[in-house]
Design a protein around this ligand. Sequence first.
Ligand code: PLP
Length: 454
Amino acid sequence: MYKEKTSSQWKNLDASYHLHPFTDFQEYQSSKGRIIEKAEHIYIYDTDGKKYLDAMSGLWCCSLGYTQPAIGEAVANQFNQLPYYNNFFQCSNAPAAELAERLVKISPKQFTHVFFTNSGSEANDTNIRLIRRYWDLKKQPKKRYIIARSNAYHGSTIAAASLGGFKSVHDQFETLPYTSHIIEPNWFTEGENHSSKDFGIIAAQELEKRIDEIGEANIAAFIAEPIQGAGGVIVPPSSYWPEVQRILNERDILFVSDEVICGFGRTGSMFGCETYNTKPDLITFAKAVTNGFQPLGGVLVNDRISEVITKDGGEFGHGFTYSGHPIACAAALATLDILEKQNFVSRVANDIGPYLQSKWHELSDHEIVGHIRGAGMLGSIELVRDKITNERLEPDQKAGGICREFCIANNLVMRAVGDSMIISPPFVCSHEDIDLLIERARKSLDQTAAYYNV
Ligand SMILES: Cc1ncc(COP(=O)(O)O)c(C=O)c1O
C-alpha cells in the first residue's frame, strides 16, 4: 500500500518520476496535473478535493460508471480461485473459455472465435498477424497493404500507430511500409461545398480509388472505427457506410471494425457495425469489455478466417503472457452480466442516448459552436469564431485546449481534440446528470467565447 501524502507531495512525486502517455513531459513538470484519488457513479475526485463530472467515462472505458461492486467481487473471487495461469501449451482457464463463448454469442453471426490480448493496440497488432496469416494460407502472399484513414486511432504499438492516421504521431517513428491512409468522413473539415450526403459517398469512394491505385491483388484489408473516436468523434454522413460496404462486397479484401470505443453498446447496438449495418471479418475490442476495471482486449474472428487458420495454419506464432488472463476475463463476465441484465444497450438506444443527443444538440445555438455531431453516447462540437465561414477562434486549433481548461475549472471532464470538444459519458448517467453536463459545457463555452472576445 502507498503511504498517505498531501496533494502537492503527490504531484511533486509524480512529476519527478512518471512519464505519462501522450503528454508533453516538460509541460507536466510545471503544470503537475491532477492526481485522481477516488471515484463514484460518474464522478471523479482529485487530491485537492475537487469533484468532476466525468463526461469521458475515464478514457472511453467506464460505460457503467465507477460504482460497480459486482465486478470487484468477481475479481476478488477469481483472485482467490486462480489468480493467474497462461493460455499457452494447450491450457486454458474457466473465465477465458466462458468469456470467449459469451463474446461470440453477443457478436454478429459470422463471428466464431476470439483471440485475447491486454489492450486495443495489441488487438490491432494481432489483426495484422491474423490477416497476413490468412492471405498466406490462401496462397495470396502479395496481399499485404492495409488501408486505414486519416485521424483514425488504432493504438500505440508500432503496428497500431502505423494503422492510425495521426501525422504528429507518424512523425515520431518509422511507420510500417504497408499501410495507406484515405480521408476520414469528416464533413465539417473535408466536405468543402458538398452536401453531407454527397460527401459521404465521395469519402467512401476514396477507398475504391485507393484499392485500384495499389491494386486489389496487393490489398489485405481495410480497418476503420464505426465512429472515429480519438480523431474527434467523427460521426460519418449516413451515406458513408452503405457505400463502403458496397465496395467491400465487390472486393476480395478483409474488413476490420475497430470497436475499442464503439463496442459494448456505445452507439446503441452491442457493436457499432450493427448500428451501421456493416459486415466485418474481424472486430477489435477492449476498454468497456471490463468497464475499464481490468486490462483486456482482443479480436473477434469470423468463420471465413478462423476456418482457414485452424485447418491449414499449424501453430500460430503469436500471443501474450496475459492473453486470456483469468482475473481480467472474470471482470469482463461480470461487466457483461450488468450490461445485459440491466439492458444498458437498449437504454442507450431508447432513453439516455436520445436524451443526451437532444440536449447536446441544443448547444448548436451557441455563438462559438460551428457544428455538432453525435450518436448514442458520443458527441462532439466544433469551436469557431464565425458560424457562417467556420473561421476558427485562433490559428493552430488552440481554442480546444482553452475551452478544456474552462471545463476543468467548471468541474467537467470534456476532452479537446484540436478545436473539437468531445464527450463519451457513461450509460449510467441519469437525465439530471446529463442536464448538469450540458449546463457546465455551456458555461465553459460562454467563458471560451468571452476569452476570445466573441
Ligand atoms: C479505436 C481504438 N482502437 C485502439 C485503441 C488502443 O487501445 P489501447 O489504448 O487499449 O491499446 C484505442 C484507444 O483509445 C481506440 O480508441
